[in-house]
Design a protein around this ligand. Sequence first.
Ligand SMILES: *Cc1c(COP(=O)(O)O)cnc(C)c1O
Length: 497
Amino acid sequence: MSNIVYQSTRDHNNRVSASQAILKGIAEDGGLYIPTTLPSIRLDWDSLKDASYQEIAKLVIGAFLTDFTAEEIAYCVDAAYDDKFDDQRIAPVVKLQDNAYVLELFHGNTIAFKDMALSILPYLLTTAAKKHQLAEDIVILTATSGDTGKAAMAGFADVPGTKIIVFYPDKAVSKIQELQMTTQMGENTHVVAIKGNFDDAQTAVKAMFNDVTMIETVKSLGYQFSSANSINIGRLVPQVAYYVYVYAQLVKQSALSVNELMDVVVPTGNFGNILAAYYAKQIGTPIRNLICASNQNNVLVDFFNKGVYNRQRPFYVTNSPSMDILVSSNLERLIYHLTGENTDETSRLMQQLMTHGHYTITESMQHQLSDFFAYETSQAQTISTIKEMYEATNYTLDPHTAVAVHAYQQYQGMIHETVPTIIAATASPFKFPTTVMSALDETMCFADDFDSVQQLHEQTGIAIPSTVAELTHLPVRHQTVCEISEMQDTVLSFLED
Ligand SMILES: *Cc1c(COP(=O)(O)O)cnc(C)c1O
């Protein structure tokens, strides 16, 4: 198998192996690592249709991370995708209606799709650290809009040689999301609420990764930074696997015949999940169009429709909070590919975004986006979609998945020929029970999230996931709150302990 080299989107001389890219998280120049060549995988659907999730994950992840041995990949995959998932299929496919299928990515530890990548990342990271005989322990710094933080901590808790520090926007996550984080076990886990929004947290975390003085100080304490955010290639690559898996499953269910095309709809925030679908297409999965679903924070809808990325706009806290993002970090990887893999041009555009808050892509770049469609779903449409789908199909959508279903409906109104379509379901309805339950019955009032969990269970008959049930009696272990300007000192105080 050919060796795949990873390179920064901002400097073609900054080249590393897959394991180094995973250890570093983000490149020193501020760029993101991308594979310089794509793996050539033989996708034999007639045999893949009978493969398990783990088998497909080994095939896909192994093909991208070429400096890991087959044994190392097998160890990581088997440790990650085990009975932490409450469904043996790991990512089950459910028929919604007609040609629409839901890919359920919420059967892991934290009942949201981030588990798909964050359950394997700690194993990839610690395996990479062993490979390079790292002297320092790894410190994972993570900014979260609610789900990543908990999923990362669940993955890293008590993993030897690691510490994890999570920052989330104070009062901007759901009660359940907050409790999931503040009750996190593990001596190596730390959680901090910051006085700012997700973008503030992400910007400050990125700044720490690039702050030479901070890096030196951290090193003198015996640590090295790494990232569990979706910019880490170790997050992106495992996500490619489920798009290969779902195609094989559709073949198995005779929903399509081999090499017939499917469309993919993804509720999008940081652009990680949909970028994984793009890479799945690049390596030969028969995908026709990629439909990017946004909530009221519609920066990507404007980008795909107008070729302008402009973050200077109001920031809305919506009922699909994990997509409340104005700077979609992973878009930089797509930009890099659109520039003809030109690191100077990519740097220039990203610099413009930093200094002016916007950039415009060229017409030739825009032409390459013909397989991307993008739609916005309002908060009211999110609610009505949950209600209508429940009434029509008896399927209960979480608000993020509802944003995707509504985008799918808008897209159906526009295209001529319908093909089997996969809608990525990114969270269990029990992660956002009050929003979901009030959509199902607008006359209801709830004392709190737990009350609505109970109501949702009674109304739909779906069992309450154990990770939600246990929150009512776990002790709160983390209570730190800080200003954006205090984030660096807060990190150092945890490392000096
Ligand atoms: C993170 C998240 C998203 C957005 O995914 P990206 O990869 O950031 O685009 C959508 N839905 C839920 C529930 C999430 O947690």
